[in-house]
Design a protein around this ligand. Structure first.
Ligand SMILES: NC(=O)c1ccc[n+]([C@@H]2O[C@H](COP(=O)([O-])OP(=O)(O)OC[C@H]3O[C@@H](n4cnc5c(N)ncnc54)[C@H](O)[C@@H]3O)[C@@H](O)[C@H]2O)c1
Ligand SMILES: [Zn+2]
Length: 356
């Protein structure tokens, strides 16, 4: 390995494999990680247009952009592209993009020829802090998110935050929803730091941004090293995602926006169920708009409840909910649907009686 890279590589070991993390790196050195003859890049059309230099003269396989393309059909299409490019068992696939690209690349790499090596160059804040990390990969089927997938770790994740210069503002905000999530469940100091700044601060301060990304990656890595297959502590990462996913699906919100609202709902539930201090809820409610995120939406709470009933985490009439016990502290607690319904009813849209 070239000397220049050695100081910034961190090895993180999970039950299913070791991942090399190249934090705060420069794309000009990505080329040192692979052999030109064996690499195949997978990306989406936006990233291909914004960052053609990443591919070092190779022509990547380009997917259309957007969550709706994270499908089994595209796994088939990618497989054909790989065959046409002559990819072998010795090839390494490098997914360059947001979570859509990293999820589908990880999945294709897990099944192509019964598994080939893969690496990621995440290009969204969400992928840098969350989606690229942890080895979960997969695709959607119809309305069901991530229904087909595997748990398999990439060989490396390569970070160059200059890639984020072209990221639309709304995508920065989506990423910050996950960053705030780590603060809520694990790290009160992180929440305090976020309180002092805003999106523009991190956009203009590469050192602060790289530190923030490393902190989030460290929290996710620590969680997954303990519980790769989500039997226990990994579930905490779903904070804000239970109601959030339902709202995302029903009202067509971006993932980060829906998770932001889901986190506020979870805070309200926590006040009743764990005695969370209302001042913590208030602090999170103030922080979210600072990062371009909403704190509430008028819902039809019965509709949300119906979606929750189909949640993978439901057992009889209870759902394992992630609640806060304090700032930076979370627990998993089974909650009856009736309790959740009671809190959701506070968000009821005034026009729901007309449209029901
Ligand atoms: N595997 C996991 O553990 C995990 C965790 C969280 C989320 N996810 C998955 O991640 C996906 C969401 O990830 P995402 O928010 O990164 O979405 P995304 O990959 O769809 O990217 C969002 C948008 O930004 C564009 N884009 C990406 N990088 C860009 C750049 N540098 N400049 C300009 N435009 C750019 C994309 O083309 C896309 O239009 C979902 O599929 C979700 O299920 C997976
Ligand atoms: Zn999320």
């Amino acid at each position: 390995m070239p000397l220049l890279l050695q100081h910034m590589v961190q090895h993180v070991t999970f039950p299913s494999g070791t991942v090399r993390y190249y934090f705060d790196s420069n794309l000009s050195q990505l080329r040192n990680l692979y052999d030109n003859t064996d690499v195949v890049f997978i990306t989406d059309e936006n990233v291909a247009a914004c960052h053609p230099k990443v591919f070092g003269g190779q022509s990547p396989i380009v997917l259309p952009a957007g969550e709706e393309h994270k499908t089994l059909d595209n796994v088939g299409w990618l497989t054909n592209q790989l065959i046409q490019k002559g990819a072998t068992r010795h090839s390494i696939l490098i997914g360059v993009g947001g979570g859509m690209v990293t999820d589908i690349t990880g999945f294709v790499a897990s099944v192509y020829m019964r598994g080939v090596r893969f690496g990621f160059v995440p290009t969204t804040l969400l992928a840098m802090t969350d989606a690229a990390i942890g080895g979960k990969n997969g695709v959607n089927t119809g309305l069901y998110k991530n229904m087909i997938g595997t748990v398999r770790q990439p060989s490396f994740i390569y970070y160059d935050t200059t890639l984020l210069h072209t990221l639309p503002y709304t995508e920065w905000c989506n990423g910050f929803a996950e960053v705030i999530k780590y603060g809520c469940i694990f790290d009160a100091a992180l929440l305090n730091e976020l309180q002092m700044h805003d999106v523009a601060y991190y956009q203009n301060n590469a050192t602060a941004l790289n530190t923030l990304i490393e902190q989030c990656a460290a929290w996710k890595n620590k969680t997954i090293a303990e519980d790769e297959h989500e039997q226990g502590i990994r579930k905490l990462l779903n904070f804000g995602h239970t109601a959030g996913h339902a709202i995302e699906k029903l009202y067509g919100l971006a993932h980060g926006q829906a998770v932001a609202i889901g986190m506020v709902i979870a805070c309200h539930l926590s006040e009743q169920e764990t005695g969370l201090a209302p001042s913590v809820t208030a602090q999170i409610r103030t922080l979210l708009p600072q990062y371009g995120l909403p704190t509430s939406i008028a819902i039809h709470h019965q509709q949300v409840l119906e979606v929750l009933k189909s949640d993978k985490k439901r057992k009889n009439d209870q759902i394992d909910y992630i609640l806060l016990t304090g700032k930076g502290q979370a627990v998993i607690k089974p909650l009856p649907l009736a309790t959740i319904a009671h809190t959701l009813a506070l968000y009821e849209s005034p026009d729901s009686t007309r449209s029901h």
